[in-house]
Design a protein. Structure first.
Length: 447
């Protein structure tokens, strides 16, 4: 007698037979990806000094990866209908490895711009497909926890990048940092070939889902009619704007405002960011799982509420920290603000994955990640640097904190919408069913 496979599992290739190993592998790759971003920030003063780059231009370099990401990410999910997920991920990571290695030979501003754009192209495939793949293989009662582990790589990778940069520049040139990154990542990039396929993609055992995968334009039209998805994406974009500026400029901010040594600043910011990344995701994932599975509450309502709650209480800590004259007080308040913002990462991505059908999750993640970068950290490093050049770093930080109020407003609207249209969201409409589209449109007009 054949036993039925658990609903939460998908067929995996022999190399990744254990789902836990797959989670570990993807989290490790994510860790390396964000390590690169943190390391680049950690050595940024050295790069500016050697290549004579202003704060505003340094901010442009910081957001350059989004250009490559924006060009590729909308089409990754569509390519997944015809190309197995493992092959897409492998070529994406190889592109990332090559462009990172070439940074070793950087000679100026435009050279760095082009190479950081190429890292964005490599990153697009990984970020769009990995969360859906983890959601496929995770046990049903632990999906939120598994996603939290994966997304914790963002702050932890950043923090390790700060620490690694501070350590390496004491003994070697900053150029060696990127060569070592690329050398370490290359074997793992090749191993991506053996990854299983995302449910609903080409090569997956459930071929009928793959055939039903809607086109990119149809998916964008569907997502544009989802008021909760739109509000959560806009709010996450504003929060990404804030976090992008903070992670990029915070080491230099404490150096210039509080006269802390650069290497010491890298270590302090790195350690506190790691603390926030680990405990914020652990706290939020356990709270989400408890409320959803023990209290039997709807996953989308709970996820939206948690996101709104945490970002709202983070806002006062950010504003108050600006006026602190002592470095220790500033650090405590800013770390608390960052901790609370990072508590939203798992819940927001849970909304993106669960408010659409399985075959649309790739498009959902691709469009959301595209928008948060285009509207978020593409501009924020430059905006912070430009304000800093014209006024001071404190004025720049005040502006960044003000921007977080957009997140509070849009997520409040998302919570209102998800409560009003819970029946619509729990049963996502079939994009091929014209009657469902008309019925949905009429319901939204009446509400």
């Amino acid at each position: 007698m054949n036993k039925e496979k658990p609903e939460s599992c998908v067929p995996v290739r022999r190399f990744f037979k254990q789902p836990v190993f797959l989670l570990f592998f993807l989290t490790l790759l994510s860790l390396v990806n964000y390590f690169d971003r943190g390391a680049f920030v950690g050595v940024l003063p050295e790069i500016q000094r050697e290549l004579d780059i202003s704060d505003a231009n340094a901010g442009i370099i910081g957001g350059a990866f989004v250009v490559g990401y924006a060009l590729v990410s909308p089409f990754v999910a569509q390519l997944g209908r015809h190309v197995p997920s493992g092959i897409l991920l492998m070529f994406g990571m190889i592109c990332w490895v090559v462009s990172t290695c070439l940074i070793t030979f950087s000679q100026g501003f435009w050279y760095l711009i082009v190479l950081r754009c190429l890292t964005g192209i490599g990153e697009a495939a990984f970020i769009c497909l990995s969360p859906a793949l983890i959601d496929d293989v995770a046990p049903a009662s632990q999906k939120t926890r598994w996603l939290a582990i994966f997304f914790s790589a963002l702050p932890i990778g950043y923090s390790l990048g700060y620490l690694g940069a501070g350590l390496i520049v004491q003994y070697l040139s900053w150029r060696w940092l990127f060569f070592l990154e690329a050398s370490f990542t290359l074997p793992f990039a090749l191993m991506c070939f053996f990854l299983p396929n995302v449910r609903g993609s080409a090569g997956h055992a459930d071929s009928q889902n793959s055939a039903k995968t809607p086109s990119l334009l149809v998916s964008i039209g569907y997502l544009a009619r989802n008021s909760v998805y739109i509000c959560m994406t806009l709010g996450y974009s504003a929060q990404t704007f804030v976090l992008g500026a903070l992670t990029y400029w915070l080491p230099k901010y404490v150096v210039e405002v509080y006269k802390v040594d650069l290497h010491q600043a890298d270590y302090i910011i790195g350690a506190t960011t790691a603390f926030c990344g680990i405990f914020a995701n652990v706290l939020s994932s356990f709270l989400l799982d408890y409320v959803i599975f023990q209290k039997k509450k709807d996953k989308r309502v709970v996820s939206v509420f948690f996101s709104f709650f945490f970002v709202t209480i983070s806002l006062p800590f950010g504003f108050v920290s600006i006026f602190m004259s002592q470095f220790v007080l500033f650090l405590v308040l800013m770390v608390t603000c960052e901790f609370l913002m990072l508590c939203t990462v798992t819940s927001v991505n849970s909304v993106f994955l669960n408010c659409v059908k399985d075959e649309m999750r790739g498009h959902s993640m691709a469009v959301a990640n595209l928008m948060i970068h285009v509207l978020g950290d593409l501009w924020s490093p430059y905006v912070f640097g430009a304000i800093s050049d014209k006024t001071s770093q404190k004025y720049a930080l005040f502006f960044i904190c003000c921007w977080l109020m957009w997140t509070v407003l849009t997520w409040l609207l998302a919570f209102i919408f998800v409560r009003r249209s819970i029946k619509l969201i729990v049963t996502p409409l079939d994009v091929n069913d014209s009657e469902s589209v008309n019925r949905t449109s009429n319901e939204e007009k009446r509400s």
